[in-house]
Design a protein around this ligand. Structure first.
Ligand SMILES: Nc1ncnc2c1ncn2[C@@H]1O[C@H](COP(=O)(O)OP(=O)(O)OP(=O)(O)O)[C@@H](O)[C@H]1O
Ligand SMILES: [Mg+2]
Length: 304
């Protein structure tokens, strides 16, 4: 990770006007964060929090109602900046009569790649996302997970410096998820910057250098994971066994664990495990969502 900012959102806002009455929906109220070169940045929040809307503003697909998005220091939209970015939309829609190879070829043409280079990259990328044998198959025959993998491959066709993925693990089975996690890790090793949104907090904990948490269209928290999570001990979980029956005991942070263990052993119990529990991203997430507009998602209001 370096200090160079490759993507920035400054007080982004988005209000949609819906229907005949132009009812206003505030999808994003105030979101600011920066993504630095060579980091893996996680963008998390509950359903309807405004993640996709924020990402679309960053990618120049919709205009913000307020605030400013920048890529590589240039105001969005910038064609020059966009050439350096790879993007996986939340629900990618591909022409389903094309094959995987043909789709990647088409995307390569959009980036003015030569024929031989397109072919080479398509092959490498298909192998990389585990679709090596499905390259010539029409996309209508792809499963959801296969389409998601292809979506990731197309996001990499221009060998981008910055990769933005909206829910890259959605639709993948546990093996597929791990493969994509490994791929994201490899991208970092190659010096790329990755920002991705997800609900899968375990993936964020395993991968991300920094995170932003958005709830109800507002940024709740952002920063390095270890700084956001409270280092305090929540409790210690003790699993004991006696006569083949297991029991779990939760010890408060101020309880003397050594003494509890001695007492358990003296009572003829077997100690199966002792696990100190500190705050996880899930605890933090639940805490933030509880503080935030619970389940409210966007703010809906009538035009006055
Ligand atoms: N085109 C649109 N017109 C009207 N409202 C919209 C539009 N797009 C999004 N919204 C609303 O904006 C809010 C945020 O939606 P968004 O898709 O950004 O959330 P999200 O965080 O990506 O959610 P999820 O985790 O379910 O993908 C929601 O309340 C949604 O209904
Ligand atoms: Mg979304």
């Amino acid at each position: 990770m370096s200090d160079e900012v490759v993507l920035s959102a400054a007080n982004l806002q988005k209000t949609f006007a819906l229907g005949f009455l132009r009812k206003k929906v505030r999808a994003v109220t105030d979101v600011s964060f920066e993504v630095h070169r060579r980091e893996i940045f996680g963008f998390v929040g509950p359903n309807g929090a405004g993640k996709t809307t924020t990402i679309k503003m960053l990618m120049g697909l919709i205009f913000p109602s307020g605030g400013q998005a920048k890529l590589f220091g240039q105001k969005v939209p910038s064609i020059a900046a966009k050439r350096r970015v790879g993007f996986l939309p939340e629900n990618p829609y591909f022409y389903d009569y094309l094959s995987g190879e043909e789709l990647l070829d088409l995307m390569g043409r959009l980036f003015d790649l030569g024929r031989a280079e397109r072919k080479k990259r398509a092959r490498t990328l298909l192998d990389r996302v585990g679709l090596g044998r499905a390259g010539s198959l029409a996309l209508r025959k792809y499963s959801k997970g296969m389409l998601q993998r292809l979506g990731i491959a197309q996001a990499l066709i221009n060998d981008p410096e910055l990769v933005v993925l909206d829910e890259p693990m959605s639709g993948l089975d546990p093996i597929g998820r791990k493969e994509i996690r490994d791929l994201i890790g490899e991208l970092r090793t190659e010096g790329k910057t990755v920002m991705f949104s997800t609900h899968i907090l375990a993936d964020v904990e395993l991968l991300c250098d920094r995170v932003a948490i958005v709830v109800g269209g507002k940024l709740r928290d952002s920063g390095p994971l270890d700084q956001l999570l409270s280092p305090q001990l929540l409790h210690t979980e003790l699993v004991l066994e006696s006569g083949g029956v297991k029991e779990a005991v939760r010890l408060a942070p101020d309880v003397d664990v050594d003494r509890a263990l001695r007492e358990a052993l003296a009572a003829g119990k077997k100690v199966v495990s002792v696990s100190p529990r500190r705050e996880s991203l899930e605890d933090l997430f639940v805490r933030e969502v509880e503080i935030g507009d619970v389940g409210a998602g966007a703010e809906h209001q009538r035009r006055s």
